[in-house]
Design a binder for this molecule. Structure first.
Ligand SMILES: [Zn+2]
Ligand SMILES: [Zn+2]
Length: 467
């Protein structure tokens, strides 16, 4: 008899990891990093609730670090089985996990040099960039919609989730004497977002559902207005003789913005102007996007065929080395600079903000969620002064906040995607959410006809039998 054990993303958002125990072995669905308060998340990331060597295989939904980020650590601690994921997810993990390893090394170095009071308090990085590269050997690329037998009589099928490039929901089928169909949503995306295909709708029928619920309690702004908004902001800023600075996550958000700008220029909505993507990770991620046109939606495929590229081959300058990045400081004419990190806490974006926020001709465009206590949040709040590298700067540049870019399904998307399944489910497990979010999902499922006593919000360590 199969059993499900909840460990990560149980009553919280990050650290996705669900354990499937079957007669054939122990399998993980995702193995993500807990993110948030350093001490608390560090402890959870460092200790696996099982012996990593005892895990037989891993089914990975998508490349985001809260789903994949602990894989190199799992491998270093003895896991030697295969990691199944779509081709695009494998390629994104290659660059994102190496980057994550690099961040772990930097974090440990910072702690040991600045915070530790004695050598006894020194910490080792959770894993290194080298560990991440070594883990890559265990990745196995799978096709969408093709069942993969990960153990005798056990198959998994990766189904388009529309969340990021390569993202999937997992349909796990255990063909025992009592067959079981389990659907794990991973992270669900939205309809009509650029580049990506829509999530598969409705999702396949199953006996059990593990579903994320991050935005089950709210609705998003319409994604289709975002291109027009960007064009308006760039035009206005150019007329004022200023520059547009866009802090953006390297994977997904940066490519969406570049795609919009390329489209706008091709459609004659925007006069070409210098556009810079200033981040090695964004540049590498864009290469992965270019390598996987099979994941594009019809519109992006057509545009790709027409233009030979959807990421502004002639229009956009991709910058990887620091000298070229520094040269952007001398730029005096109107331009668009897209740089990481997304919440303005690290990376090259801080230099661009430092150089540009005190000029009222410039505009800072916020295109992503800004957590509390980040520089990005202080910009969203339009503070009079902001601190960058220990110095106060007047925030005189215009700030525009565009809220329509979310990569997560909202309440209406969930109703459409999960509603048709709800009535026949034997059990649903609500994960990847906190506060009022799980209750939002309960409301969606009961509203679609599922009895409330079959819906669970599992606590870490809780187990359930699948029958
Ligand atoms: Zn995600
Ligand atoms: Zn997630």
């Amino acid at each position: 008899m199969a059993e499900l054990e909840f460990q990560g993303a149980a009553r919280t958002v990050t650290g996705s990891m669900h354990v499937l125990h079957t007669a054939e072995g122990k399998f993980l669905m995702d193995c993500g990093l807990f993110q948030g308060r350093r001490h608390e998340s560090d402890e959870k990331n460092r200790r696996f609730p099982f012996r990593p060597g005892s895990v037989d295989g891993l089914l990975l939904s998508h490349a985001h670090i809260d789903h994949s980020g602990n894989i190199p650590h799992l491998v270093r601690e003895g896991f030697s089985g295969p990691v199944f994921a779509t081709g695009a997810t494998c390629d994104l993990c290659e660059i994102m996990l190496a980057d994550s390893g690099h961040i772990q090394e930097e974090d440990a170095r910072f702690w040991n040099e600045k915070r530790a009071r004695s050598p006894r308090e020194f910490i080792e990085p959770l894993y290194t960039a080298e560990d991440a590269r070594a883990a890559q050997a265990q990745f196995r690329a799978v096709e969408y919609a093709q069942p993969v037998e990960f153990a005798p009589g056990c198959t998994a099928t990766w189904i388009e989730a529309g969340h990021i490039l390569g993202s999937a929901c997992l349909l796990v089928e255990l063909r025992h004497s009592e067959p079981v169909r389990l659907l794990y949503t991973g992270d669900l995306g939205r309809f009509d977002v650029p580049i990506l295909r829509d999530p598969t709708c409705p999702l396949p029928q199953a006996d059990y559902l593990i579903t994320e619920c991050t935005y089950a309690d709210r609705t998003h702004a319409n994604p289709t207005d975002m291109k027009q908004q960007l064009v308006r902001i760039i035009r206005e800023t150019r007329e004022a003789g200023g520059k547009v600075i866009i802090p953006a996550f390297s994977v997904g958000r940066t490519q969406t913005i570049v795609y919009y700008l390329h489209q706008a220029v091709a459609e004659g909505l925007l006069e070409p102007l210098p556009i810079f993507v200033d981040s090695p990770l964004s540049t590498n991620a864009t290469e992965v996007f270019k390598k996987h046109p099979e994941c594009y939606d019809e519109e992006a495929k057509d545009f790709w065929q027409e233009q030979g590229s959807i990421f502004g081959r002639k229009l956009v300058n991709y910058i990887t080395d620091t000298d070229s990045s520094k040269r952007l400081n001398d730029l005096s004419d109107p331009a668009v600079i897209i740089a990481s990190s997304g919440m303005c806490e690290a990376g090259r974006i801080k230099h661009h903000l430092k150089n540009n926020v005190e000029d009222e001709a410039n505009t800072v465009v916020i295109v992503g969620f800004m957590a509390q206590h980040t520089l990005g949040r202080r910009i969203v709040e339009r503070r009079e002064e902001i601190k960058i590298y220990g110095r106060m700067y007047k925030l005189l540049a215009r700030v525009e906040v565009l809220n329509g870019f979310s990569a997560h399904a909202d309440r209406n998307d969930f109703k459409k995607l999960l509603g048709p399944l709800a009535k026949t489910l034997k059990g649903a497990f609500v994960v990847h959410g906190e506060g009022s979010q799980p209750a939002g999902m309960k409301e969606i499922l009961t509203g679609a006809g599922m009895p409330e006593d079959r819906i669970h919000v599992p606590a870490p360590g809780q187990k359930f039998t699948l029958e």
